[in-house]
Design a protein around this ligand. Structure first.
Ligand SMILES: O=C(O)CCC(=O)C(=O)O
Length: 269
């Protein structure tokens, strides 16, 4: 993470790492999603969050993405597990979360082209105020600190106006709650929808106000989200959240999947 990225992340609450995935990695990941049956899910539900441990979630298609239990993302193939520890992202995670960061949970977001003609958004949420320590952002002693931090990989491109992930830049430091006129409005200014090429990784702190605009592109949206936390913290229910942290995972991946604790927690090997 160079000085420019550091400046921009601190300023905006998110940053895009262009070309984080190589072309062959992108192709294999997309193939794995197809093998996992993502197309059928999108056909049935239109707009889904899936790949997390079984849980009760949103079942109301009008209220936002449907939560579908469909097995664990990390069981969908080695290419998914490789995302846990991509060398190109290590310095970002360490700079924002500290050296002993951990992967808290992961899931996929899939949306049918043109929203399957159902223009559903994911409501704007979070922000600097009201304060939530688990989803907060601070700068102290010359260092950035974040609660939950998300790496969102775009597996299909996102052009301006396509919809999908949107954000209010700088709102991780907001001193006032998001006004209702913005939260319930049409997601115009000051909400921004970053354009992404397939293979880009968008890193954002959960402290920034964000959500998703209706997906209007002529192709499906496919995003894979890995949510990391400082080593001392767990955000999502259930630990460990992968079935077993066995030899399918490299030594470094296993280290990143360790349960949360603080005392003498080492950096990753
Ligand atoms: O990318 C999106 O669709 C929004 C993701 C989101 O709201 C979140 O990760 O909390």
């Amino acid at each position: 993470m160079d000085d420019l990225d550091q400046y921009l992340f601190d300023l905006n609450g998110y940053i895009v790492v262009r070309g984080a995935l190589k072309r062959d990695e992108l192709e294999t990941l997309n193939r794995r999603l197809e093998e996992a049956g993502v197309d059928a899910l999108v056909e049935e539900y239109g707009y889904v969050h899936t790949g997390f441990p079984d849980m009760d979630g949103n079942l109301d298609a009008a209220a936002g993405p449907i939560d579908v239990n469909h097995g664990l993302l990390m069981d969908w193939g080695p290419e998914l597990r490789k995302l846990i520890d991509l060398p190109v992202l290590r310095s970002y995670l360490a700079a924002i979360l500290g050296d002993a960061y951990r992967l808290d949970h992961s899931y996929g977001i899939f949306a049918r082209e043109r929203g399957g003609n159902v223009q559903v958004k994911h409501s704007l949420h979070n922000g600097g105020t009201p304060y939530d320590p688990s989803q907060s952002y601070h700068f102290r002693d010359g260092k950035m600190y974040s609660g939950l931090l998300v790496v969102s990989f775009a597996l299909t491109p996102v052009a301006p106006g396509d919809g999908g992930f949107c954000v209010i830049p700088g709102s991780h430091k907001a001193n006032f709650p998001v006004p209702t006129s913005i939260a319930q409005g049409d997601y115009g200014w000051p909400v921004v929808q970053p354009a992404l090429a397939a293979g880009d990784a968008l890193i954002f702190t959960e402290a920034v106000t964000h959500g998703a605009m209706p997906w209007l592109a002529l192709h499906d949206r496919r995003a894979i989200l890995l949510k990391y936390a400082p080593g001392f913290m767990q955000w999502e229910m259930g630990s460990p959240w992968v079935d077993s942290v066995d030899d399918r995972f490299t030594t470094r991946q296993q280290s990143i999947l360790r349960s949360p604790y603080a005392g003498n927690r080492p950096a990753h090997p």
